[in-house]
Write a protein that binds this ligand. Structure first.
Ligand code: ATP
Ligand code: MG
Length: 550
């Protein structure tokens, strides 16, 4: 798939201006995930945006783990995030952890206290919320707001030393309890949490809040353009306040863009974790998950994912993207790359009664008619084959052009066959068809005497390789918006169908993550976790057609 340059966007235009005016000689962006879960497709949008901008303007992009909440963060998540960023095709310049800067952040907090801009407050979290006021009403000042600098320095040091219990005290910025922006009403900067941290262990029992930590992390790393999603627009005044009052040498600027939302998709690590913990899915990399690892296991390619998020662009207002648009990019990516072969996913045995017993012939089959460079393979044909159960009807409606008693169809790459007899078991289930073939109709010869309307696929029963096929439907039934009803009530009970069938024998060399287009069924990927040497498991990535138009 061609690698289209990203279309322009407002952040890119700002960068062009900043470089032109000399405000920055080099731009630095960052991707700052909190390691509290696996990355999802929404994160891909942020990754592509940040890395592409830096790449285009010869800047740098850091991968920084925003790990300031020890309760939710784990090393497993750190490792998976690194793997996913690399898999998407990006290499970070610096690899940092917010927790590396705890000492520096602590010192900046001391600076605020000394400047009379921060105080230790004994109100509980509930009391702080209750006294915060509303959009119409100003907040109330905390009774602890006018503690002296000395008292605050002493209490803050003692908070660090572990003299107080969780929630007993916090450090708050002293800004303006009647600010029209609620984020400026003496926000909490530090809280106490006696919880070991994945990086710093027991060294700290006070942890900085996001709104204090994030601007400092950006400034310490020399980030120039700090890109985040729209929910943080109202936090920008606080971001700027922290940079200014902490007297940071570098002055990063925050820019907000619309987050990616998709139909039928939950886009939040916290919610995705609920699905994992409740056992609704088989782990973070379940092929139905919108995580990068789930999409990878399903068979989506980094090329398709990046092209998709580039195409959506960078907007300033939120919208919901049709999830089928991602499928479109996968088809575009694999159209010329994936070999096209035959697989029967709901097998029905067919005996070709006039074909010599013991005979096997090897027929030519093109690997990809749209990409002749992929060459030709040989496929076996003999007296017993499998076709799809769906490709036969005993009592068909009008316009059914596939196999039915007395009808003739073309077997892809092989011969015309005609259905002569339907064999059933005692319960009346169809177990086998008896057909005849016409040797004159071999594919590739210029047989013109008669035409058939249907072409069906098949595999040779003697040599086919048993395989499992997993077909997926959306995991979430309804569109899920962040404020919507409980998404756990919207789980699709039929999101996975498992079928046992056969693929061509040539697929015996196939390895995990090899991708194929199975004639008429769609694109499939060999599952890396469930496949065995004896039996590959194929995840359907997408079907061949969709009503979706770009
Ligand atoms: P989640 O709720 O899934 O945990 P988050 O925003 O809390 O998401 P972070 O780990 O803090 O996740 O996100 C890292 C970066 O990815 C942030 O800059 C964030 O703005 C961005 N990001 C997260 N979700 C999306 C999304 N749906 N679309 C675009 N960017 C996103
Ligand atoms: Mg989060």
């Amino acid at each position: 798939m061609e690698n289209k340059p990203a279309p322009s966007n407002f952040i890119r235009n700002i960068i062009i201006d900043d470089l032109k005016s000399g405000k920055h000689k080099e731009i630095v962006t960052r991707f700052p995930p909190e390691p509290n879960g696996y990355l999802h497709i929404g994160h891909a949008k942020s990754i592509v945006l940040n890395f592409d901008l830096a790449d285009e303007f010869n800047g740098k992009t850091n991968l920084r783990f925003d790990d300031t909440n020890p309760l939710k963060e784990e090393t497993e998540y750190v490792e998976s995030i690194k793997e996913d960023v690399k898999w998407l095709g990006y290499q970070w310049d610096g690899l940092y952890f917010g927790s590396d800067y705890f000492e520096e952040m602590f010192n900046r907090a001391i600076l605020l206290i000394k400047k009379g801009l921060a105080y230790v407050c004994d109100l509980s979290a509930d009391e702080i919320r209750e006294t915060r006021g509303t959009l119409k009403e100003p907040g109330e000042e905390s009774p602890y707001r006018n503690r002296t600098v000395e008292e605050n320095l002493d209490l803050f040091e003692r908070m660090r030393k572990g003299e107080f219990r969780d929630g007993e005290k916090v450090l708050r910025a002293k800004i303006d309890m009647s600010s029209p922006n609620l984020n400026m009403r003496d926000p909490v900067l530090y809280r106490i949490s006696h919880t070991p941290h994945h990086n710093t262990g027991d060294k700290w029992c006070i942890y900085p809040m996001y709104d204090f930590a994030h601007p400092l992390e950006d400034a310490i790393e020399g980030v120039t353009h700090s890109i985040c999603t729209l929910e943080f627009e109202d936090h920008r005044p606080l971001y700027d306040w922290v940079i200014r009052e902490c007297e940071m040498e570098n002055e990063p600027h925050q820019y907000e863009f619309a987050r990616l939302n998709m139909t039928n998709t939950v886009m939040s690590k916290r919610k995705l974790k609920l699905l994992v913990d409740a056992g609704v899915v088989d782990g973070w990399d379940d092929p139905r998950m919108p995580t990068i690892s789930g999409l990878r296991r399903r068979g989506f390619t980094p090329e398709a994912i990046c092209a998709f998020v580039r195409e959506i662009g960078v907007a300033k207002s939120n919208s919901i993207v049709d999830a089928r648009m991602l499928d479109h990019f996968l088809r575009e990516d694999l159209k010329l790359k994936a070999p096209r072969t035959m697989a029967v996913i709901r097998p029905l045995r067919v005996i070709i009664t006039n074909y010599p017993e013991e005979q096997v012939e090897w027929l030519d089959a093109e690997n990809n008619p749209e990409n002749p460079e992929m060459g030709i393979r040989k496929i076996p044909f003999s007296r017993e084959i499998y076709i799809e159960q769906d490709d036969f009807m005993e009592d068909p409606p009008k316009k059914y052009h596939r196999l039915f008693p007395g009808n003739e169809v073309r077997l892809k790459h092989a011969y015309f066959i005609k259905c002569q007899e339907v064999i059933k078991d005692e319960q009346g289930n169809i177990t086998e068809l008896h057909c005849t073939y016409d040797p004159a109709t071999k594919s590739g010869t210029d047989f013109t005497e008669r035409k058939v309307k249907g072409t069906i696929h098949w595999v040779d029963a003697g040599q086919a390789r048993a395989a499992e096929f997993r077909l997926y439907e959306p995991l979430i039934l309804d569109e899920e918006n962040e404020e919507g009803t409980d998404f756990l009530d919207n789980i699709n009970p039929n999101s996975l169908e498992i079928l046992q069938g056969f693929v061509e024998p040539g697929l015996k060399e196939a390895k995990p993550h090899d991708k194929f287009q199975f004639f008429r069924h769609g694109y499939f990927n060999i599952d890396p976790r469930l496949s065995t040497d004896n039996k590959p498991v194929f995840n359907r990535i997408v079907s061949l057609k969709s009503s979706f138009k770009l």
